[in-house]
Design a protein around this ligand. Sequence first.
Ligand code: WT7
Length: 638
Amino acid sequence: MSNYHIKHLEEYFQVYRKSVREPENFWEEIAEEHFIWRKKWDKVLSWDFTKPEVKWFEGAQLNITENCIDRHLATRGDKTAILFEPNNPDEPAEHITYKQLYERVNKFANVLKAQGIKKGDRVCIYVPMIPELAVSMLACARIGAIHSVVFAGFSAKALSTRINDAECKMVITSDGSYRGAKTIDLKGIVDDALENCSCVETVLVAKRINSDITMKEGRDKWLQPLLDKASPKGKAEVMNAEDPLFILYTSGSTGMPKGMVHTTAGYMVYTAFSFKNAFQYREKDVYWCTADIGWITGHSYIVYGPLANGATTVMFEGVPSYPDFGRFWQIVEKHKVNQFYTAPTAIRALAKQGVELVEKHDLSSLKVLGSVGEPINEEAWHWYNDNIGKRNAPIIDSWWQTETGGIMISPIPYVTPTKPTYATLPFPGIQPCLRDEEGKELKGNQVSGRLCIKFPWPSMARTIWGNHQRYKETYFSAFDEMYFTGDGALRDEVGYYRITGRVDDVIIVSGHNLGTAPIEDAVNEHPAVVESAIVGFPHDVKGNALYGYVILKDTGESRNHDNLRKEINQVITEHVGPIAKLDKIQFTEGLPKTRSGKIMRRILRKIAHNDTSNLGDTSTLLNPEVVESIIEGAKDYK
Ligand code: WT7
């Protein structure tokens, strides 16, 4: 029996039991058999959730790019590693073989070195979904630089915050990007961001849209001429197991995003193992995850997980609506995609378009359908199952987080019987549990509570860059000696998990994890605003949309409220990015506060959900009278 590739349910239970009973042996066997190491580990695991400190494969040495690229050269050198599908359907797709990837990564790594980047330096990658994005990440990993990819839809402000937090020495970007019929001036955004970043010495610019941009003397350099001169060969830096591989930012309960730090060996082992099983990937398959690499889904399941398995991974530059809403299905047909991984928000948006655009395409290559990012509602699940999978391709509803590095709870296709809206069973090595608000563990089935993880797993984030205390407070303080996910969940009568959503101040909009704090901070920047509170409310495509309660400085002032709403959303776009725009803005005289001054978002959430029948006890509020006036005011927003 191979623990690495599970093929039937009985085997899953056996493997799972082993992973819990003897976690060290379990992961050691997988690490031994399926990866190449420069030096093996001295100890598989050491951990202490009170500090918290977790180390996997301590003493081992490796380079993740040797596992993702070099070792495939002998057997899969001419196999397509990255299949790039451009925004414009008339532009030819690009097949980058493992051999070509090896050369491109080495060239890029040599350019980085020539520009003074060394092991441990941070490099910010602000690049759209073009091959240079994946190549630059791998090039960093090859020389031991820590990449910090920032989604190329983020604003200049969001970008500069992230560059400064990690003290990046270099930014990699492109002249611009294509997004459907539009182009975006990425380099202009970088220029704005860098007004506030003194740490950046060099900006490397890839050419994509051939726009006219300004290059700052001494700082900005075109990438291509440097690559042309660089050698396609190069040795990979020898890394320690726990050396940081990358930083990736996620929203939190304060305005400052959290730079989650993922390390080398554990992340590699877990993303590779989970990719193989979650998608039942076979040698000739073509796999496509539609996420942007700027999110963890893309890091783990477009780049590292697939490449570590020698897979063919599709990278799509465009959007699902261009040139029409049939684009995803056209690509599935064109490249005979076998595994397709997307987000519920995309499924709902496409379902709205009807089935004609689906039926125009041959989707018979599909064997596995994946969903990730937020709870998938029953209707979307069935639409996906009936119309895309033709009830013949199991849906894996995979639950995980930026912090977990890899898929945690998910069916294994053709192994775990699926159940609509259920993420089902934990992956081997993952020990979830549910706790009530007092912290008591809820044993047995048919219970619901807060979702925690009891035992370390290889791909968990090790810290928050520059702020270990915050890591401890956010994830290891709510419940004793456990990792707290921030999600609520229920366990049904057979032990299947269903994730019910966030129980903290994070709102998932279109599958993007948005903290309320940074958006409120942005709204409060508007000169007319005193204070604001943001909550989520259900939206039929986005899952959740944002509802803002805003106190104005001078309500008597005869300012046009619609203009103010536009301006407020403009400020949000500048500070956070367009994904965080408010769908509804209600101007109010006050916000419900506890006696310690905390905004009672629970009440505001109920009002936004149009459910004011049971607001709970409001008498403990500092200002209970404000609740009535907010309810009254909300009537205009239905
Ligand atoms: C949060 C993490 C991990 C990839 C993308 C999001 C929610 C994620 C599911 C799912 C229900 C889900 C959770 C989680 N979430 N997948 N299958 N069912 N909820 O990463 O931005 O770190 O967000 O997304 O609330 O905590 P992220």
